[in-house]
Ligand binder design. Structure first.
Ligand SMILES: Cc1cc2nc3c(=O)[nH]c(=O)nc-3n(C[C@H](O)[C@H](O)[C@H](O)COP(=O)(O)OP(=O)(O)OC[C@H]3O[C@@H](n4cnc5c(N)ncnc54)[C@H](O)[C@@H]3O)c2cc1C
Length: 417
């Protein structure tokens, strides 16, 4: 009898990379991928960038045509998995079909968090999670409308900058008093705020939305604690809800803050079920609190770890978390994770629009933020990976070659005898 193989629920970034990794590692059993959307797995980062601004839609497919032709991955698109039966090792689809599995991988991502709004506003309210969402917003931007973006997180700000460059007039409504204050050192946040205001975005900070009225003209009037504004389109970017209901319905453990709880090998609380990507909350090592990372790198990395774990192969080394965002013409990269007690050193000058901050605790770098200085952050990555304490007084603050400095630090940390 042939083995029932691997069933992957979800057909996004993480699902695609996991399927590819299974084949690359020599897995020859069946791989069936179930996707709620009508597309093959596609890259989401361009949805808030080039898909809104470029003259032509960029290519978005995660896997090349060649991989689809030669890898024997069965994709059941336009299909939703509605139940997982752990004792029988079966996945049930909305169309009634039941699939047996040897191993199941849940890669269901997340949905945009919704706001309760008057139904009459539906036609002018946008959430950006899928390609269809982004295409709809792009079509609306052609009229160069007045828009408001509710939520000044990375995604909301990307959408605001893209809309501005498409000719829309843009207001961002953000609850916090400073931009991205949980993720960026205060100088970086101040730089971003100044740049966005200068570029023409109206930023309402420490602001909250009280009410939305749909006017007889079809436009909306928003009342906020910072005043009223009228607009044509509202984009809501207030975060993501992990798609963990299939897992919770089956009795798999869910982390306190949401997300399917997985261990460092991406295994759930059931030995035959794994999970990866935005739907997870991962205990990265032993006793640490579970972390939810919603990033392209995390989706790829967990996919490769889950594929190896399902096959009982050695696990790839976990990478230091890395994230990028493009805010208008500026590229911001973040390495590691922020914490309240870090001390920051800065290389470069924010006024030059090329600058990097390193946040450290007792000399050990834990958080790096680079504005248009991704190559500097890449150069310094080995020090993050080694968790090496550094004398930051000696850090080259200007143009000196960083790679040479990193080499020197490495030599000091491991002197030859
Ligand atoms: C607009 C946008 C911009 C982004 N920009 C960046 C960026 O600049 N940098 C960065 O690092 N990250 C960025 N990200 C985040 C990154 O794209 C995600 O972290 C990544 O896509 C997560 O991959 P995933 O496979 O976990 O989830 P997804 O890519 O969301 O895939 C999950 C898929 O599963 C499907 N699904 C869900 N439930 C079911 C079910 N029951 N049955 C069948 N199918 C199901 C969903 O429909 C979806 O297609 C961005 C995300 C968005 C939305």
């Amino acid at each position: 009898m042939t083995s029932p193989g691997v069933v992957i629920v979800g057909a996004g970034q993480s699902a695609a990379i996991a399927a590819q990794a299974l084949r690359e590692k020599g897995y020859r059993g069946s791989i069936t991928m179930i996707g709620r959307e009508r597309y093959r797995p596609y890259e989401r980062p361009p949805l808030s960038k080039a898909v809104l601004t470029a003259a032509e839609e960029p290519r978005l497919e995660v896997l090349s045509e060649d991989v689809w032709t030669h890898s024997d991955i069965e994709l059941l698109s336009n299909n939703e998995a509605v139940a997982l039966d752990l004792p029988r090792r079966q996945v049930r689809l909305a169309n009634g079909r039941v699939l047996d599995y040897e191993k199941c991988l849940i890669a269901t991502g997340g949905d945009a968090r919704k706001l309760s709004l008057p139904p009459a506003a539906d036609g002018s309210v946008h959430y950006i999670r899928t390609l269809d969402d982004a295409r709809r917003l792009r079509a609306s931007l052609l009229a160069k409308p007045q828009i408001a973006v509710l939520g000044g997180g990375f995604l909301g700000l990307e959408i605001a900058n893209s809309a501005l460059s498409s000719g829309a007039s843009v207001t961002v409504i953000e609850r916090a008093a400073t931009l991205l204050d949980r993720f960026l050192p205060s100088e970086a946040s101040a730089w971003l705020e100044a740049w966005m205001r200068n570029a023409g975005t109206k930023l309402l900070l420490a602001a909250s939305l009280n009410e939305v009225h749909v006017l007889s003209s079809g436009r909306m009037r928003l009342s906020t604690n910072a005043g009223e504004l009228e607009l044509d389109e509202l984009v809501v970017a207030i975060g993501l809800s992990p798609n963990d209901s299939l897992a919770s319905g089956a009795g798999l453990e869910i982390a306190a803050g949401g997300g399917i709880l997985v261990d460092s090998s991406c295994r759930t609380s059931n030995e035959h079920v794994f999970a990866c990507g935005d739907c997870t909350s991962q205990r990265r090592s032993g006793d640490t609190a579970p972390t939810r990372l919603e990033s392209w790198q995390n989706a790829n990395e967990q996919a490769r770890i889950a594929a190896a774990a399902m096959l009982g192969a050695p696990l790839p080394m976990p990478a230091v978390p890395w994230f990028w965002t493009d805010q208008g013409r500026h590229n911001i990269q973040v390495l590691g994770l922020p914490a309240a007690d870090l001390e920051y050193v800065r290389r470069g000058d924010p006024s030059s629009d090329r600058v990097m901050w390193i946040g450290h605790r007792d000399g050990v770098p834990l958080h790096g933020v680079a504005i248009n200085a991704g190559s500097d952050l890449r150069a310094i990555r080995p020090i993050f990976e080694r968790g090496q304490p550094v004398q930051w007084e000696d850090f080259p603050l200007e143009k000196t070659n960083l790679r040479a400095w990193v080499k020197q630090m490495h030599a000091q940390a491991s002197p030859t005898v």
